[in-house]
Design a binder for this molecule. Structure first.
Ligand code: MN
Length: 145
């Protein structure tokens, strides 16, 4: 395993830039796997980058995320609250909380995201979930199901 990978322009030596995920509604998001889990530390550390005006998938799951904003600006929905995000902010996404990240229209949103190796598949919102989330007008305006 390579012990040091140097950083350049929000990429790292020999780290592939991948599609965010297979399928699912999202816009303009890439994924880089910075560290794969090892037995002594069974988690995956990723860098996602959302292009200006783009967004991640609105989803929830049992596993948690710990996120550090590394680049740019945007907003996130976490568990029925919308937050403005700036570089170096930290976000904790608890189990089964709806979450979605959006980049500003004039800036990307790049963030580190730590997840357990053992994790369940994300759930996408049903029409009922969308209706429930949309009872809050600001959430209705924010989400991109
Ligand atoms: Mn997620």
């Amino acid at each position: 395993m390579k012990l040091v990978r140097h950083f350049k322009n929000f990429g790292w030596d020999d780290v592939a830039v991948l599609a965010y995920k297979e399928g699912g509604p999202y816009k303009g998001v890439t994924r880089q796997i910075l560290f794969e889990g090892v037995e002594a530390l069974p988690c995956q550390w990723r860098y996602f980058e959302v292009e200006p005006g783009g967004h991640s998938t609105l989803e929830r799951h049992e596993h948690v995320h710990n996120v550090l904003i590394l680049r740019g600006r945007g907003q996130c929905l976490v568990d029925h609250h919308i937050h403005d995000l700036a570089e170096h902010d930290l976000i904790h996404v608890p189990p089964l909380s709806w979450h979605q990240f959006r980049a500003a229209m004039d800036a990307p949103l790049g963030f580190l995201c730590l997840v357990s190796d053992e994790r369940d598949r994300p759930q996408l919102p049903t029409d009922d979930d969308i209706a429930e989330l949309s009872r809050d007008a600001s959430i209705k305006e924010f989400i991109r199901p």
